[in-house]
Design a protein around this ligand. Structure first.
Ligand SMILES: CC(=O)SCCNC(=O)CCNC(=O)[C@H](O)C(C)(C)COP(=O)(O)OP(=O)(O)OC[C@H]1O[C@@H](n2cnc3c(N)ncnc32)[C@H](O)[C@@H]1OP(=O)(O)O
Ligand SMILES: O=C([O-])CC(=O)C(=O)O
Length: 472
């Protein structure tokens, strides 16, 4: 009976997202549905042995399966296309974009609980999904919300560590410093020093990851208020969910902004394992550095302009366009001239191009849909829409850009700016808070599955030339 109820719920979901249920999808969805525990830790305790068994079997029976060859181009080309990592939470298809545990963004928007019926997926729901592979119900998500609030207390010395930096320090420098200060309370480090058996590494990693995720909004909001609002701190509200609380502590209480924050955090959480921030966390964690150390390293990678800092760069670039012409209402020719000016000065057009995607990022599309619903007449949103028409043909004409299409960063800034979060230097901190929700679960699984020290082989230039049969 329960089976048939679930199948019909699945059919309803799929017809709402405009797809027919296939048997394989039904089975996958039913597997995802069977989440029963109200607390996440108990859910994990059940799942860990099952996943360990799967990995053991793969290693035992399929160790020599060929996953593709390594070419010289890959070694010199930033390892693009090289399959080198296992990442449980999500995968990116070049054309279709991100799937969180197999689910596209529109599917997540339909299936995951929101703050109200039909609301955007709650970050807590994404966290549950990424960690367990199961769709949580509202009760489970509410219990996780409560758990994160319970874990959110920040030690005083973390604020003091941030205060030791000048207010003028970049928000990402302050953020990474704050995370390093939180490391003092690492449960993993304590357990390791206490001689914990390796089969139990995942348990203190779980504690650290959940504490880290819970405390980041408070640290991040402190930095915002310190830099931009004369240090007037707003405490956590014990009635609000994770995304809403972060917005509230920043100083924003407009329900539309709260809803945007939930969407923002959910879609920025994870983007498979190879991106700079996630990969960095995984690499650093592989030496058994605890989640704080691993995540601070991830943030330092996110702070680069080719990765997370691009969202800051996009709004700055858009503002410069407006400054140049004195209005956001410019012609296609004016915009085209400005894009060429950027390219001719040896700079990239921020928010465009991607290491994996070869189509418009679905995270761009869902933010556009949000903007069309809530701020269709905003002049900067209209400029962003125009940029999307003008940039791709110009980048395509260069003949070298693999993807001329917009990525996630091309859109977020104008939405934040519309809701009053105008300080673009802060934007990557928001991204960082969100990324913890993807990185934390993988660190837990890395330790649960006994993932080894990561140590790929490098070659000298001479050896590469020799291997290629080229003369030096
Ligand atoms: C959350 C995220 O991290 S999403 C990405 C955010 N970053 C940005 O938006 C910055 C702008 N984009 C870029 O710099 C790139 O597209 C990256 C870094 C995202 C991807 O880099 P790659 O995988 O190396 O891209 P690709 O293979 O297409 O690069 C080939 C050439 O096109 C150039 N190119 C790629 N994108 C752009 C762009 N948006 N503007 C101008 N040139 C570009 C590259 O700089 C490179 O030039 P080069 O050969 O002279 O060095
Ligand atoms: O996947 C990447 O390389 C970059 C990206 O979009 C992300 O990390 O969100």
């Amino acid at each position: 009976m329960a089976f048939f109820r679930s199948v019909s719920a699945f059919s309803r979901l799929r017809s709402r997202v405009g797809q027919q249920p296939s048997l394989a999808n039904s089975v996958r969805w039913l597997q995802m549905q069977s989440s029963t525990n109200t607390d996440l830790y108990s859910e994990m305790k059940e799942l860990v042995p099952e996943y360990q068994e799967r990995v053991k079997k793969l290693k035992k029976d399929h160790a020599n399966v060929d996953l593709g060859k390594t070419t010289l181009d890959m070694v010199l080309g930033g390892m693009r296309g090289m399959t080198a990592l296992v990442w449980l939470g999500s995968a990116v298809d070049p054309d279709e974009g991100i799937r969180f545990r197999g689910m596209t963004i529109p599917e997540c928007q339909k299936a995951l609980p929101g703050a109200f019926p039909g609301g955007e997926p709650l970050p807590e729901a994404i966290l549950w999904l990424l960690l367990t592979g199961k769709i949580p119900n509202k009760e489970q998500v509410d219990s996780l919300s409560q758990e994160l609030r319970r874990r959110a207390k920040i030690p005083e010395y973390a604020y003091k560590a941030i205060d030791a930096l000048p207010v003028s320090a970049h928000p990402m420098t302050q953020f990474s410093t704050g995370v390093m200060a939180l490391q003092v309370e690492s449960e993993f480090q304590k357990a390791y020093e206490g001689g914990v058996h390796k089969s139990r590494y995942w348990e203190p990693t779980y504690e650290d990851s959940l504490n880290l995720i819970a405390r980041l909004p408070g640290i991040a909001a402190y930095i915002y208020r310190r830099i931009y609002k004369d240090g007037k701190i707003i405490p956590l509200d014990d009635t609000l969910d994770y995304g809403a609380n972060y917005a509230h502590m920043l100083g924003f209480d407009d329900p539309e902004m709260l809803e945007f924050m939930r969407l923002y955090i959910s879609i920025h959480s994870d983007h498979e394992g190879g991106n700079v921030s996630s990969h960095t966390a995984h690499l650093v964690g592989s030496s058994l550095s605890d989640p704080y150390l691993a995540f601070a390293a991830a943030l330092n990678g996110l702070a680069g302009p080719l990765h997370g800092l691009a969202n800051q760069e996009v709004l700055r670039w858009i503002r410069n366009v407006v400054k140049e012409f004195g209005t956001p209402n410019i012609s296609t020719e004016q915009l085209s001239d400005y894009i060429h000016k950027t390219l001719n000065s040896g700079q990239v057009v921020p928010g465009y191009g991607h290491g994996v995607l070869r189509n418009t990022d679905p995270r761009y599309t869902c933010q556009r849909e949000f903007a069309l619903k809530h701020l269709p007449n905003d002049p900067l949103f209209q400029l962003v829409s125009k940029i999307k028409e003008v940039v791709p043909p110009i980048l395509t004409k260069l003949g070298k850009v693999k993807s001329p299409w917009p990525n996630v960063d091309a859109h977020s800034g104008v939405l934040l700016n519309y809701y009053g979060l105008t300080e673009e230097n802060y934007y990557t901190v928001l991204f960082g808070v969100a990324r913890s929700i993807g990185v934390g679960p993988q660190l837990i699984w890395d330790r649960a599955l006994g993932m080894p020290l990561e140590r790929p082989k490098s070659v000298t230039l001479e050896k590469l030339e020799k291997l290629a049969g080229a003369s030096s």
